[in-house]
Design a binder for this molecule. Structure first.
Ligand code: FAD
Length: 410
């Protein structure tokens, strides 16, 4: 079988793979690169971008102010903002203790601390951007089963496209498969894993009163609960439960479930009136021990998977995307200046990019993990210390600014 040859092959067209293809388009045009993106579950055919309306059941992602700036750079924000619901205020509380902290956009002199965007809308805008990325050929529905590196110049990819065998060659493979394909394991790349033995329950809820762009983060010994503002009176619920509690919750009817969240959260956001479809995600912290090799990069969930409590996974990943596109552009320019041929899978270039990403990754992963550990401990003394900390947070501008900056991803 003939193998199609590409400069880059992106395995996975989820949030991260699709963003990368768009971010690489200017460079691909300049260097006349051929890129292919292979996705096994392309977005469903839904109403066009013009008549699309968020469904009550759609899951959503909180994107930071920093991510908004990246989307502006990629030319996607104009469309994305149509269904991006601003977070203007964040309240952090600790159940059973007095402390509470509030963060406001006005303190940071920005229009919003972040935004909550339905995932379907994000996907729609990204895939529309992908269709305009002329140097990228989208192969979908297609699945890659094996990746091998038989020589230092190219990787071989094997899989299927619409049930027919597919064979490709690429100078650089970007694995953006969300860590779900087994390719990482095939390549012998190990992970650092911490299992929280918890499950995140995600659902949209309708409240009795308008949220006025408030987001709530409520910590409790058995796990945190976040409520994020959506359109109208709807909010996105992220409720962390022990695996046992989540199994019990799964059999509750909607009315009982609404009662349970009301009891856990209290009344500060109003009454919980309606709940949509519930989704459950087992929670782990996963970080790949290797994220680059000659002709290979791991990006997004396949490189790092975080607890969603601080809403940082995708925000971290998109910074990986944009910096990788910048590193490749810089490498190409330096090669041109030195009169050398440029190879995008060049290991020293990829290692340099990866080394520069370490601080951000360690900081965000540590921040998300630290929040869970700090608030998971139920001893009264620690509870009061946390309360003092949260009250202190209200009083101590530099500490509050630090948390806000983390939340904003800047
Ligand atoms: C409950 C929960 C809530 C979250 N909330 C937030 C939040 O508020 N803010 C935030 O920043 N982050 C959040 N995250 C993290 C965020 O969802 C991830 O960072 C993001 O989905 C990563 O995208 P990805 O493209 O790397 O992976 P994925 O979304 O998993 O995409 C991978 C893609 O690859 C495709 N694929 C897989 N294998 C193959 C193959 N062999 N061949 C071809 N295609 C393949 C899949 O079909 C898929 O489309 C949350 C995560 C969870 C679990």
């Amino acid at each position: 079988m003939q193998q199609q040859e590409y400069d880059l092959a992106i395995v996975g067209g989820g949030l991260v793979g699709a963003s990368l293809a768009i971010a690489l388009q200017p460079l691909a045009e300049k260097l006349n690169w051929k890129i292919c993106l292979i996705e096994n579950q392309p977005p469903r055919d839904e109403p066009s971008i013009k008549d699309w309306q968020p469904s009550f059941d759609a899951r959503s992602t909180a994107i930071s102010w920093g991510t908004r700036l990246i989307y502006e750079q990629l030319g996607l924000w104009q469309d994305l903002k149509e269904h991006a619901n601003p977070i203007k205020h964040i309240q952090i509380t600790d159940r059973g203790f007095l402390g509470s902290s509030q963060l406001h956009n006005t303190e940071q002199q920005v229009a919003a601390l972040g935004y909550v965007v339905p995932n379907l809308w994000l996907g729609k805008v990204l895939w529309q951007g992908l269709a305009a990325a002329k140097n990228t050929q989208v192969l979908a529905p297609a699945t890659i089963h094996y990746v091998s590196f038989p020589n230092p110049e190219q990787a071989f990819l094997e899989g299927e496209l619409e049930d027919k065998p597919l064979a490709l060659k690429a100078k650089l493979v970007i694995l953006a498969d969300g860590g779900r394909s087994g390719i990482k394991q095939q390549l012998g790349i190990a992970d650092d894993v911490h299992d929280y033995e918890q499950t995140a329950i995600i659902a949209n809820v309708r409240m009795s009163k308008p949220h006025q762009s408030w987001a709530y983060e409520r910590f409790a010994a058995d796990g945190p609960m976040a409520l994020l503002p959506l359109a109208g009176r709807d909010m996105a619920l992220v409720w962390t439960r022990t695996n046992e509690q989540a199994a019990n919750d799964a059999v509750l009817g909607d009315a009982e479930f609404l009662q349970a969240i009301q009891k856990s959260f209290g009344n500060r956001a109003g009454r919980f009136q309606k709940v949509g479809e519930r989704f459950a995600y087992p929670l782990k912290k996963v970080r790949s021990k290797e994220q680059v090799r000659q002709n290979l990069v791991l990006l997004g969930n396949t490189a790092h998977y975080l607890h969603p409590v601080a809403g940082q996974g995708y925000n971290l990943a998109i910074r990986g995307v944009i910096t990788l596109a910048e590193a490749l552009a810089k490498g190409a320019q330096q090669s041109r200046e030195q009169g050398l041929a440029f190879h995008p899978g060049d290991l020293p270039l990829l290692e340099k990019w990866q080394a520069a990403r370490q601080g951000d990754q360690a900081g965000v992963i540590g921040f998300s993990h630290g929040l869970i550990a700090l608030f998971a401990n139920d001893t009264p003394l620690l509870g009061h210390a946390r309360a003092a900390g949260l009250i202190g947070l209200n009083l101590t501008a530099p500490l509050r600014r630090w948390i806000t900056a983390k939340a904003m991803g800047v």
